[in-house]
Design a binder for this molecule. Structure first.
Ligand code: GLU
Length: 464
């Protein structure tokens, strides 16, 4: 059997990080088995689907280096769904339902009051031809519902094992809406069957749809695919992922300066293990090792620290030259066009500390501008203290005669504080504040060396 899998996003929002994980599992599975990875845009919901979201999805998948073999858009396949709806009609598997929205809302409300799950009661399932004719003559709108057969439906899930449903609990669900637009549960089956999808790997939030979809497979005599429902991703607080977990769209991560290699590596570990404690995997290694058997049943916790750690790791794998290219756009957004030599020196200094590319602005923006933004509290604490200002003045004065390499600067500074009976931190904090605007930076003597004597003396000399 040659493997064919698909990723089937609805373009109703930017590609969510959870969606990207689903796409990745499908992609790894396809490439591992030498099969095909199909991208299908599920855009039948014309009110919620937007071209810009489709573009965001494609752009995000490309950024993650997931290339697809075939591409489809459901909105271009409407004729096919009508054809299969006709087949279901002739086989007596569907019926017209004239219930109004108000009527159904009322029934749903009553169920809620009684704390019972709502399920369509089949009111229209036994309408006679005569009754239907009359309702249509009145101009009443209708949807088409699928008639669920009695019995049980079993999903043989590759992750969760057999999951059994009593068909009594499945209601006669809608296949086409009153405007004739086919629903997700209908199109998905027709497409998966006609596209010869062998394995459906998707989020476990779809488990409740699967028995309904299996009914359509049966009614149309389609061969059932294998299913693998993958665990949900939850935030650090064990609740559903939200914006608080550091952005939810893939483009939020790419924008902040996460690297695609790190993001792929991180997503691949969300709910799947690869047979060892190793955390670092290239895309090639993931393709080689991926297996549905290694997918977990329990929810995957989104650990931002792990993503940052991985990202830092991949940043340090880059050459300084590659990093210069990657960091320049982040500086450009802040109006900084760095001099090449200076940027190279700053990269040497900051490479170890970067968790994401965007950090370059916060960590090292002060190298490229003379208009420092000072940490307010620190400014009050140090620069409103005449003792500290006097000390800085003396330091600056003596510094004029010192060679500007980090070793000489350190020897000099240590000698300076010793002479005064002070501690190193007594001078390091205010000097760092004067040079960088902040109390945290790369090693001070390296910062001084990189800034150069003129800039250091100038900044120490600023009136406070
Ligand atoms: N369009 C559906 C979604 O975005 C696809 C679900 C599926 O994979 O069947 O959730």
């Amino acid at each position: 059997m040659s493997v064919r899998v698909r990723f089937a996003p609805s373009p109703t929002g930017n590609l969510h990080i959870g969606g990207a994980r689903t796409a990745l599992f499908n992609y790894l599975f396809a490439r591992h088995h030498g099969g095909k990875f199909i991208l299908r845009i599920e855009d039948t919901d014309t009110t919620r689907s937007k071209k810009e979201y489709e573009e965001n999805i494609l752009q995000s998948l490309k950024w993650l280096r997931m290339d697809w073999d075939e591409f489809y858009r459901q909105s271009e396949r409407m004729g096919i769904y009508s054809e299969y709806l006709e087949k279901l009609k002739s086989a007596g598997k569907v019926y017209k339902c004239f219930c109004t929205k108000a009527e159904l809302d009322e029934k749903r409300r009553k169920c809620d009051l009684m704390k019972r799950p709502y399920k369509y009661d089949g009111k229209c399932s036994g309408l006679s031809a005569e009754e239907i004719k009359n309702l249509e003559a009145e101009g009443r709108e209708h949807v088409i519902r699928f008639r669920i057969e009695p019995g049980t439906t079993v999903i043989n899930d590759l992750v969760r094992g057999a999951i059994s449903f009593d068909n009594k609990d499945l209601d006669d669900f809608v296949l086409t809406r009153s405007d004739g637009v086919p629903t997700y549960n209908f199109c998905v089956v027709i497409d998966d069957a006609l596209m010869d999808i062998t394995h459906i790997i998707r989020g476990e939030d779809h488990i409740s749809n699967t028995p309904r979809q299996l009914q359509i497979y049966k009614a149309l005599g389609f061969k059932e695919p294998f299913f693998a429902h993958i665990p949900l991703i939850i935030g650090a607080d064990k609740a559903k992922m939200s914006k608080r977990d550091g952005g939810v769209a893939v483009t939020d991560y790419s924008g902040a300066g996460y690297l695609p290699e790190a993001t792929v590596n991180f997503l691949a570990l969300l709910g799947c293990s690869y047979g060892s404690d190793e955390q670092v995997y290239s895309l090639t290694a993931l393709i080689e090792k991926f297996s549905v058997e290694h997918i977990n049943k329990s929810p995957a916790v989104f650990d931002m620290n792990k993503l940052e750690w991985l990202n830092g790791f991949y940043i340090r794998q880059k050459t300084d030259g590659e990093l210069a290219g990657l960091l320049t756009p982040y500086l450009a957004v802040k109006g900084i066009t760095p001099d090449k030599t200076k940027l190279a020196a700053v990269i040497k200094l900051e490479k170890e500390r970067l968790k994401k590319l965007g950090d370059i602005v916060e960590n090292a923006g002060f190298f490229f501008t003379d208009h420092l933004e000072y940490d307010k509290d620190a400014y009050e604490k140090f620069f409103k203290n005449s003792g500290v200002l006097a000390l800085l003045g003396e330091y600056e004065h003596e510094l004029r005669h010192i060679a500007f390499d980090k070793a000489s600067l350190e020897v000099f500074t240590r000698g300076f504080v010793e002479k005064k009976g002070l501690k190193l931190k007594d001078i390091v904090h205010p000097v760092r504040l004067a040079l960088t605007g902040k109390l945290v930076s790369a090693g001070l003597f390296e910062v001084m060396e990189t800034l150069g004597k003129d800039v250091v003396l100038y900044r120490l000399n600023q009136p406070r």
